[in-house]
Design a protein around this ligand. Structure first.
Ligand code: CP
Ligand code: NVA
Length: 323
């Protein structure tokens, strides 16, 4: 198993189990199960989270999830620490490893979280970089498995930018053998190395991985339609980009080509009126808030898996989730 989580395929081997664990643990917790509520693999451990960019879901879900696993979270905002001012990523990793049981890091350049991991003696979890958002993909696939119960025959479709969220979603669908179709405007392709990895997983697992520049083609008969901001954090001065996404808005007209029981997903925050309309966001088929909640449960499974694997496995055996 991998020590760090930089992209979702770092946990490819156990990804299905990590999701099954999260789904079962959530059910037990919600039923006030004593064993789940007294599962403290992070007891007396501090987990630090560095943020170079803002966050609502990631920050809150990590802080609450760390507490629920018996640890205590330290949120380290970029203006409050030396990183990026007088101290290197490598020195920061070395210092923080002396105090913390794990580090989560939301950064601009993916190479920074990779460097932090390379110099850390404790697990590093990518909490979003310009290239990957693995915690999001774990929550996304958890939500899809919960919502549909059965993954066979599902078609998941992406309409939008070739960005960090797409990268881990396509890898995650390939790992689980779920058909994945993605539409992006010309010039906004996902990274070629990630596409190659996702295609390899899809091939190994007998599923489709299809890219197109036509949103209608991508969503045809889809069970899940997923979009994200057209302008990501760090691209605020690229407002001209919006014009290139003409026809890529997820609205009632676009979803009319999907399966009758379509579900709408978005990592959030949503930019209502840009990539999605209110009618879709607020539709009874929208599962965006279940998806947001699942950030916490999926991350609890990932943290237990990475930080205290024997405890995670023992809990999995106890829950009978197919280990
Ligand atoms: N989806 C997501 O990562 O949200 P935040 O930016 O609010 O953490
Ligand atoms: N692609 C978006 C995701 C936000 C959760 C960004 O990087 O800003």
């Amino acid at each position: 198993m991998s020590e760090h989580l930089l992209a979702i395929d770092d946990v490819a081997e156990d990804f299905q189990d990590i999701l099954d664990w999260a789904i079962e643990f959530k059910k037990m917790w919600k039923a006030n199960d004593e064993i789940a509520m007294n599962f403290f693999p992070l007891a007396d451990m501090a987990v630090g989270s560095i943020y170079e960019k803002p966050s609502t879901r990631t920050r809150v879900s990590f802080e609450v999830g760390i507490n629920r696993l018996g640890g205590y979270p330290l949120t380290l905002l970029k203006n409050d620490i030396q990183l990026g001012k007088s101290e290197t990523v490598a020195d920061t990793a070395n210092v923080l490893s002396r105090f913390l049981g794990a580090i989560t890091y939301r950064c601009f350049a993916h190479s920074d979280v990779a460097e932090l991991a390379a110099n850390s003696s404790v697990p590093v979890i990518n909490a979003l970089s310009d290239k990957h958002h693995p915690c999001q993909a774990a929550a996304d696939l958890m939500t899809i498995l919960e919502h549909f119960s059965e993954k066979d025959g599902l078609k998941v479709s992406w309409v939008g930018d070739g960005n960090n969220v797409l990268h881990d979603l396509m890898l995650a669908c390939g790992i689980l053998g779920i058909d994945f179709h993605y539409a992006f405007p010309k010039g906004y392709d996902p990274a070629a190395d990630v596409v190659a990895r996702a295609e390899d997983y899809a091939k190994q697992n007998g599923s489709e991985m299809v890219g197109t520049n036509d949103p209608k083609e991508a969503v045809k008969d889809a069970n899940v339609i997923y979009t994200d901001a057209f302008i990501s954090m760090g691209e605020e001065d690229m407002k001209d980009k919006l014009a290139d996404f003409d026809g890529f808005q997820v609205n009632m007209d676009l979803v009319s080509g999907a399966n009758d029981k379509w579900a709408f997903m978005h990592c959030l925050p949503a930019h209502r009126g840009d990539e999605v309309t209110d009618a879709v966001m607020d539709h009874e088929n929208s599962i965006v808030f279940d998806q947001a909640e699942n950030r916490m449960w999926a991350q609890m499974s990932l943290m237990a898996y990475l930080i205290d694997n024997p405890a995670w496995s023992a809990m999995g055996d106890m829950m009978g989730v197919g280990f």
